[in-house]
Design a protein around this ligand. Structure first.
Ligand SMILES: [Zn+2]
Length: 288
């Protein structure tokens, strides 16, 4: 007996990773809604030109807003603990703890052995978009010149991996620190054959995605050279990098401090509570 593979299959199993109500996967939405609507003061503002990257520091308790300024554009985002770059955004685990794309009240989880929310999404102007479940993609990662050379036979130095690498050099980091991204504003997912697809970014000027920094952060963002991703980057239908250029736009970044009283009893999350870490994992040896 073989299963009828022509029948449409639906998967309605519950999420594997769950916490109890009020636990780490159930943030206090009232608190974060209050932060999002509280009085805020602009502390940094800049625009990232097309096909480039920028890194910037953010104090814990601040809000970062990424917004479309001229037209649709995808941004590739990396986050590090400002004081310890070994702790950085862990896209794969975040995908399991949250969803395959991110929206309001989802959290950016950090790598082991830290495993804490580095930031919490508090605003997403596309949250009610009909395709919201495939926007702000967490399945894919940054475009890079190595895969590009493999698929196209051409060298191109403005891929997100390269833009992020150049952006962090002045902050003491290198190419080895660049990690899997959140693809902000990216319309992407799995097609019926479970293949990864990308489609045209739906943002308009004014659309935004914003998050609350739970710890001091170094952030880096690349304006993807595919722009709004409306043209294929690889394969027989591919547009040249020159043809993709007309679909590229800058992205705006703003950082805000928040009125102290809106933060109430908020404190920075502690690293993971598991105490067997340090490479020993259950051996009797302990640090003094
Ligand atoms: Zn890219």
């Amino acid at each position: 007996m073989t299963a009828d593979r022509s029948a449409a299959r639906r998967y309605d199993q519950p999420a594997a990773y769950q916490s109890l109500p009020g636990g780490p996967l159930d943030p206090d939405r009232g608190f974060y809604a209050g932060v999002a609507s509280a009085d805020r003061t602009l502390t940094q503002e800049f625009e990232i030109p097309i096909r480039s990257g920028q890194a910037w520091e953010v104090k814990a308790g601040s809000i970062v807003r990424i917004h479309a300024v001229q037209g649709p554009q995808v941004g590739d985002l990396n986050l590090w603990n400002l004081h310890n770059p070994r702790e950085h955004f862990w896209a794969a685990r975040t995908r399991q703890l949250q969803r395959a794309s991110m929206t309001t009240y989802d959290r950016f989880w950090s790598t082991l052995p830290y495993l804490r929310p580095m930031a919490t999404v508090i605003g997403d102007s596309l949250a009610d978009h009909p395709d919201a479940e495939v926007i702000h993609d967490l399945l894919g990662t940054r475009c890079d010149p190595y895969v590009n050379r493999m698929l196209s036979g051409e060298d191109f130095d403005r891929h997100c991996h390269s833009n992020l690498t150049r952006a962090v050099l002045d902050h003491g980091l290198t190419e080895a620190d660049i990690h899997d991204v959140l693809n902000v504003f990216q319309f992407a997912g799995l097609n019926e054959k479970r293949e990864y697809f990308m489609d045209t970014c739906p943002t308009q000027p004014g659309d935004f995605f914003e998050f609350f920094a739970e710890i001091d952060l170094l952030c880096a963002l690349s304006t993807c050279p595919g722009g709004d991703l409306s043209r294929h980057m690889w394969g027989p239908e591919a547009a040249s990098t020159q043809e993709q250029l007309e679909h590229c736009h800058p992205l705006g970044v703003q950082v805000f401090s928040v009125a102290e009283d809106a933060l109430g009893g908020w404190t920075q999350p502690e690293p993971a509570a598991y105490r067997g870490h340090g490479g020993r994992h259950g051996l009797e040896l302990r640090y003094p």
